[in-house]
Design a protein around this ligand. Structure first.
Ligand SMILES: CC(=O)N[C@H]1[C@@H](OP(=O)(O)OP(=O)(O)OC[C@H]2O[C@@H](n3ccc(=O)[nH]c3=O)[C@H](O)[C@@H]2O)O[C@H](CO)[C@@H](O)[C@@H]1O[C@H](C)C(=O)N[C@@H](C)C(=O)N[C@H](CCC(=O)O)C(=O)O
Ligand SMILES: Nc1ncnc2c1ncn2[C@@H]1O[C@H](COP(=O)(O)OP(=O)(O)OP(=O)(O)O)[C@@H](O)[C@H]1O
Ligand SMILES: N[C@H](CCC[C@H](N)C(=O)O)C(=O)O
Ligand SMILES: [Mg+2]
Length: 485
């Protein structure tokens, strides 16, 4: 491939050198440069990638895409000056992989909570309907039934386009992908051709990264502003920011709701630990997921499937067979009838929803233990809020660690404690070691009690001081509950 083939639709300010040169691959990381690569210098959060231009050339880069031309330019190297390298990276990546998003039906799901649930269940639904399907999610990336590990919810633009291209080669027709606020802000999804976009809800999260809540909201909205007019834009109109998301979109707009008037409506008829009976489109349908937040998720899934052409009865038939996603209200009942629930609730809103769901279903004679922590190097303002929600909605609380990363785990727990009163502290234990905390909950619980372990869901690691070691909430609680028999 020649460099000039990459430049279609790229907003170029200046070109220095030859664009007819052959190129190998694209990279924004100088450490991965090979001969004839194109290096894109990104101004990062911590480091300015422009510092590595010289290193990239020394390792064999043939072309440099930058926001600032280096003072000394090397003979034989082509320099492409653009205004914003992060933004153009996505266009270069799409060109490199021959714009795979234009050949697929790509649906992006955004919002604070529910993205993994909706995208993974849409993957399940369309697979059951007989299609070859792709998925880009927090848990993993799937190309048909091949599974790939991932570290981010929305990967960088090169990775996204690489997998979309793999999907095309494998005959995938539909791809469902999570679109995180970091992904939008860093232009990881720029230049992708979406068939549809879904907004789930907006609540407190990532205020470490976005300067204000309205900045966070506007980033989410910009995803809908960029949808083409051929796309559908589906929003949860019960969320107070639901209508705002669609204010300036060119796409065809649709709404879903449990409370307000909407194009797609659902009603909860009955709920238990076994599932929920819903009324969707005037039909009753039994689903295996529980909680009103999951009623929203199921309704969004139904609506997306209909907007993609799935017939109503077939849609409902398969929706009733969908099984919960790993670590999202996953539960285990021990032989002495203690229920342990592992859930990925790592925001105040998600924690409150999960606890409300449990409290709506349980009899209240039992003890409800909630074990929760907050991530290090992440939004600190959610810490007191999550502790407060835990104590207000549980009988006993154990505050513990959840990926302290580079922070002192005891300091994180201290931050959480500022959210609760001295009286509430009496029903709270602080056990920094999460495995020990799980063991303690298991040993304190009696027949009929419920233990909620929140925050890590499907994660199989605990990150301490930048090192990840094996950790699995569900495995440990099963082990400790069965040991106590
Ligand atoms: C805060 C954040 O999102 N950071 C992302 C960002 O890194 P950065 O801007 O900090 O990069 P940097 O370290 O300053 O480096 C700047 C540039 O210099 C380059 N570099 C650096 C060193 C070197 O020797 N050579 C070199 O070329 C780097 O490759 C980079 O291009 O760009 C990187 C490349 O795409 C990402 O891997 C990285 O994600 C980090 C690891 C991360 O943890 N991100 C999380 C917060 C995230 O994105 N989460 C969202 C949201 C999840 C949710 O909704 O809950 C997600 O989508 O996963
Ligand atoms: N529609 C919803 N509204 C509110 N809370 C939800 C909803 N769906 C799921 N949750 C709660 O949020 C948690 C995370 O759900 P999910 O993984 O689907 O969200 P996400 O948007 O993918 O999160 P992330 O930003 O980490 O990728 C669940 O474990 C559950 O507690
Ligand atoms: N995508 C989120 C996940 C948080 C999960 C929680 N277990 C934590 O580590 O804080 C993030 O990286 O902020
Ligand atoms: Mg997710």
């Amino acid at each position: 491939m020649q460099l000039k083939e990459l430049l279609y639709k790229v907003e170029i300010e200046t070109v220095v050198g030859d664009t007819s040169v052959a190129i190998n691959k694209l990279t924004f990381d100088s450490r991965t440069i090979e001969t004839e690569d194109v290096f894109i210098a990104i101004v990062g959060d911590k480091i300015d990638g422009h510092k590595f231009i010289e290193a990239a050339i020394n390792k064999g880069a043939i072309a440099i895409v930058c926001q600032e031309l280096p003072t000394i330019q090397v003979e034989g190297i082509t320099y492409i000056l653009v205004k914003d390298t992060a933004k153009e990276l996505a266009i270069l990546a799409a060109n490199y992989y021959k714009n795979p998003s234009e050949e697929l039906k790509l649906v992006g799901i955004t919002g604070t909570n529910g993205k993994t649930t909706i995208s993974s269940l849409l993957y399940q639904l369309f697979t059951k309907l007989g299609y070859k399907v792709g998925l880009i999610s927090t848990v993993n990336i799937k190309v048909g039934d091949e599974i790939y590990a991932t570290k981010l919810t929305t990967p960088d633009a090169i990775t996204i386009n690489k997998y979309l291209s793999k999907m095309l080669e494998a005959g995938v027709e539909f791809c469902f992908m999570e679109v995180s606020s970091h992904g939008i802000a860093q232009f990881r999804t720029n230049g992708l051709h979406f068939t549809g976009g879904v907004f789930t809800n907006l609540s407190h999260d990532h205020l470490d990264y976005h300067p204000t809540f309205s900045a966070y909201r506007d980033v989410k909205k910009s995803f809908f502003d960029q949808l083409p007019k051929t796309a559908f834009a589906l929003t949860n109109i019960d969320d107070k920011n639901g209508s705002l998301m669609l204010q300036n979109t060119k796409a065809k707009t649709y709404t879903y709701a449990l409370k307000n008037n909407a194009n797609y409506k659902a009603k909860i008829i009955e709920s238990s630990f076994g599932g929920t009976l819903l009324r969707i489109a005037d039909q009753e349908v039994w689903v295996k997921l529980i909680g009103s937040f999951n009623a929203y998720n199921m309704l969004a899934i139904y609506a997306v499937a209909e907007l993609l052409g799935v017939e109503k009865l077939e849609n409902l038939k398969y929706i009733s067979t969908l099984t919960p996603v790993d670590g999202r209200f996953e539960y285990f009942i021990s032989s002495n009838k203690i229920t342990a629930i592992v859930d990925y609730a790592h925001t105040p809103d998600a924690l409150e929803n999960v606890l409300n769901t449990i409290n709506d279903i349980r009899t209240k004679n039992e003890t409800l233990f909630t074990l929760v922590g907050c991530g290090g190097d992440r939004d600190t303002t959610k810490r007191p809020l999550m502790a407060k929600i835990a104590v207000e909605n549980s009988t006993k609380v154990i505050l513990t660690s959840d990926n302290p990363r580079t922070e002192n785990p005891d300091k994180i727990i201290d931050d959480m404690l500022t959210g609760i009163t001295p009286t509430e502290e009496q029903k709270t234990l602080c056990i920094t070691n999460r495995k020990q905390a799980i063991k303690t909950a298991a040993s304190m619980a009696k027949e009929g009690d419920i233990i909620l372990i929140a925050g890590k869901g499907h994660e199989t690691y605990q990150e301490i001081n930048g090192e990840r070691s094996y950790f699995n909430d569900m495995d440990y609680i099963k082990e400790f509950l069965e040991l106590n028999q």
